[in-house]
Design a protein around this ligand. Structure first.
Ligand SMILES: NC(=O)c1ccc[n+]([C@@H]2O[C@H](COP(=O)([O-])OP(=O)(O)OC[C@H]3O[C@@H](n4cnc5c(N)ncnc54)[C@H](OP(=O)(O)O)[C@@H]3O)[C@@H](O)[C@H]2O)c1
Length: 308
């Protein structure tokens, strides 16, 4: 009986994924067992694995669900609590499963009243990432911000949070996403397929923009080209950048504590002050299609998997 369905990586071979039955993991005293109701999808899900991974390994790092069981030392959460969470590099398995183990010191966000599990599952990783990237940039009202890859999960939040802070935002994506970025608050949009897109930003802000957030890989150096002298940039995907023009290359602040801001963001999404866009919801049995889609880096907003 103690078995569950999970989408697993079966071996160290690439793309060796399958939906199969595995044992429900046991919790220790500082852990909780969560019945997963919805799963947030990201490109990392296929390759974020703990160093001493045991195959078959349920993949995935974020989800939303209901706490089914708590370890003896867990005091802040109770059975029946509804939470969204990030459970990264969990040796007992990830979140693409009917049950997931969550340590009580993981990134856990209580789900606000009335918010669906699907919406809640879409927030933790993108929300945590955007808040850390914004923390690195320390934007002030009226500053201009360029976001490379602004129509995806992180960019969708980045445009709205920066615009609400009084910043003037420009974003890049293909043309089909320009109305979308404008609907979120972008004042200027460019298509990264156009060879002159950096010039288009320069025509818009002749001295260059104050700050840049390079979300997609390999967008960092082009994003530096649209910055003013002394501007600042954070590269979310870890692009290695060479300083010039007095530009401050801000390291991505992995250790920054943005839990309170993340809970605030969750409440703003629940009250519809910040919009969430879920391009597609996949039933669990079609989870591998979600993995394939996120790998294309072409999703608008977020992809989510739902448990029946
Ligand atoms: N540092 C961290 O802690 C951390 C955490 C999470 C994620 N990440 C990184 O962040 C990246 C994912 O961000 P995400 O989840 O927001 O991505 P995403 O949701 O997959 O973004 C997809 C969007 O990006 C656009 N896009 C794709 N390539 C682009 C390019 N070269 N220039 C401009 N836009 C482009 C696409 O628009 P079109 O379809 O219109 O082209 C699509 O709408 C990954 O590389 C991941 O490793 C870092």
């Amino acid at each position: 009986m103690n078995r569950m369905k999970a989408i697993v990586k079966q071996s160290a071979k690439s793309n060796d994924f399958d939906l199969m039955e595995v044992p429900i993991p046991e919790i220790s005293e500082n852990e909780m067992l969560v019945r997963v109701k919805a799963i947030g999808v990201g490109i990392h899900d296929g390759y974020f694995l703990p160093r001493d991974v045991h195959y078959p390994y349920p993949i995935g790092i974020e989800a939303a669900g209901i706490i089914e069981k708590t370890g003896r030392n867990v005091t802040d959460y109770r059975e029946g609590d509804q939470i969204a969470f990030v459970s990264s590099m969990q040796i007992k398995g990830g979140t693409w499963a009917e049950y997931a183990v969550v340590a009580d010191d993981s990134l856990i966000i209580p789900i606000p009243e009335g918010m669906s599990f699907e919406a809640a599952a879409a927030v933790p990783v993108a929300g945590n990432t955007v808040l850390k990237a914004l923390n690195a940039l320390q934007l002030k009202p009226n500053e201009s911000l360029f976001i490379a890859g602004a129509s995806g999960a992180i960019g969708t939040f980045a445009i709205q949070i920066a615009a609400a802070h009084g910043c003037i935002v420009a974003g890049s994506a293909s043309k089909r996403n320009h109305d979308y970025m404008r609907s979120l608050g972008a004042k200027k949009t460019v298509d990264y397929h156009d060879s002159d897109w950096t010039q288009q930003i320069k025509q818009w802000k002749p001295d260059g923009v104050d700050a840049a957030m390079a979300i997609q890989p390999n967008t960092g150096s082009d994003s530096m080209a649209v910055l003013k002298e002394g501007g600042r940039i954070v590269a979310v995907s870890g692009d290695q950048l060479t300083p010039y023009n007095n530009i401050a290359i801000k390291p991505f602040p992995y250790q920054a504590d943005v839990r309170d801001e993340l809970r605030g963001l969750m409440n703003q999404i629940a009250s519809n002050d910040i919009k969430l866009f879920i391009e597609h919801k996949y039933p669990f049995v079609k989870g591998l299609e979600a993995l394939q889609k996120t790998g294309t880096r072409r999703a608008r907003g977020k992809l989510v998997i739902t448990m029946s």
